[in-house]
Design a protein around this ligand. Structure first.
Ligand SMILES: *Cc1c(COP(=O)(O)O)cnc(C)c1O
Length: 385
């Protein structure tokens, strides 16, 4: 049986191209940690992990212990794994035994980690996440003395793999003053830790936007999600790239993901009839409509009702009416010789045309990640060259 009414293709050469570009930006001595949280931003963690390993990646970052388990299942090398987010106390023994690295952003968590490590007689691989102004997770300055004391005392239980922080919106130029404050604060806190005689192995602060546009944020490791999938973190970051290259257009990133389905049904609609639910679209002429077997229940955005496009026979077919739970309709009146089961490209290219993830959500780039990270895990993924 077909598992799903659509399919996703993942391009190995696009991923290689993007990681090569990031490598040039980050330099040869910096570890690239491939961020594969949220099912690898919807691409599929089981596929993306071995694909990235083929490109030389040996470090993966996730947001939870269950995602770490998925990376363990998917990896084909001894690649390291780092949990940046939620880690339940019940999972601590497993995480420590598996030598999974994780962020510590709380003094009580540190105490707990030491207890567990002591009990199972293993060393925990920790990164201290520092609060520098993002006010999400992170250890505050006034907690540093207590943390340093514990780390010194428990060198048999703890390996300090790194110190890190995360910027509060570095992809937007309007946040630059706050970001500069964060960078300064991070430097000060790291100096303080080092002056106490502790030396973290890796310092890291950069996400995609930081690594692409702000060299001063690139340290021993960079945590790259968005850019490796071929998406620019924001128009600001893309424009900084263009300024640097002195060009009006130049996109060195290639979209890794394509999303396709086929025409399910064709219908002639007479002028004056409404299409689909309600009255949001009235046929302005006699039309031919193709029914597409994908809806918001399959991860398509309902906000693309009467706005989005798909590609059929290399041409753009606009969505008419609203996106339903499991179907939507497109206008194919002007496309010749359309047949049931013709390929429909929702994201990706067909002949000379392309639909980018960016074009879906021009209004807000944050939504690029929102949209793709919600693509259902049940959709079949295929790796292509
Ligand atoms: C998600 C995440 C990243 C990756 O961000 P991108 O902008 O997608 O590169 C980096 N660091 C942390 C802490 C994250 O949560």
């Amino acid at each position: 049986m077909q598992r799903h009414s659509s399919r996703i293709e993942l391009s190995q050469s696009a991923l290689q191209n993007n990681l090569d570009f990031i490598r040039r930006k980050a330099g040869n001595d910096t570890v690239i940690s491939s961020v594969v949280k949220a099912n690898a931003y919807g691409h599929g963690i089981q596929e993306i992990v071995p694909m990235a390993e083929k490109c030389g990646i040996r470090h993966f970052a996730v947001a939870s212990s269950y995602e770490a388990e998925e990376v363990i299942d998917a990896r084909t090398t001894d690649a390291d794994i780092m949990i940046m987010g939620i880690l339940y106390p019940e999972d601590l023994p497993w995480v420590i035994e598996q030598q999974i690295e994780f962020f510590v952003y709380d003094y009580n968590r540190l105490k707990r980690v030491i207890e567990v490590a002591e009990k199972i007689d293993e060393k925990a691989h920790i990164h201290l996440e520092l609060e520098t102004g993002g006010n999400r997770t992170g250890l505050k300055e006034d907690q540093l003395d207590a943390v340093i004391k514990q780390i010194k005392k428990h060198s048999d239980q703890l390996i300090l793999e790194g110190v890190c922080t995360h910027y509060a919106g570095i992809e937007s130029l309007s946040n630059q003053s706050r970001i500069q404050q964060q960078l300064k604060k991070f430097g000060g806190m790291v100096d303080y830790i080092q002056s106490s005689g502790i030396n973290p192995r890796l310092q890291h602060t950069a996400c995609s936007a930081a690594a692409l546009a702000f060299p001063e944020t690139v340290m021993d490791l960079v945590r790259i999600g968005t850019a490796q999938y071929g998406l620019w973190p924001s128009p600001d970051i893309y424009n900084l790239h263009l300024l640097e290259e002195n060009k009006v257009s130049d996109n060195p990133l290639q979209q890794v993901l394509s999303w396709k389905t086929d025409i399910m049904h064709l219908k002639e609609v007479p002028k004056g009839d409404f299409i689909g639910y309600g009255t949001s679209y009235c046929a302005s002429r006699d039309m031919q409509i193709a029914v597409i077997p994908v809806g918001y229940g399959n991860g398509y955005a309902r906000s693309l009702s009467n706005r989005g496009h798909v590609l059929i026979r290399g041409e753009r077919a606009p969505i008419v009416g609203s996106v339903n739970m499991n179907v939507f309709m497109v206008d194919v009146t002007d496309i010749e010789n359309v047949q049931i089961r013709d390929e429909v490209v929702m994201i990706g290219s067909q002949e000379k045309n392309a639909i980018t993830i960016k074009s879906f959500t021009e209004v807000s780039d944050a939504i690029n990640n929102e949209f793709i990270s919600r693509l259902p895990a049940a959709i079949n993924r295929k790796v292509v060259s």
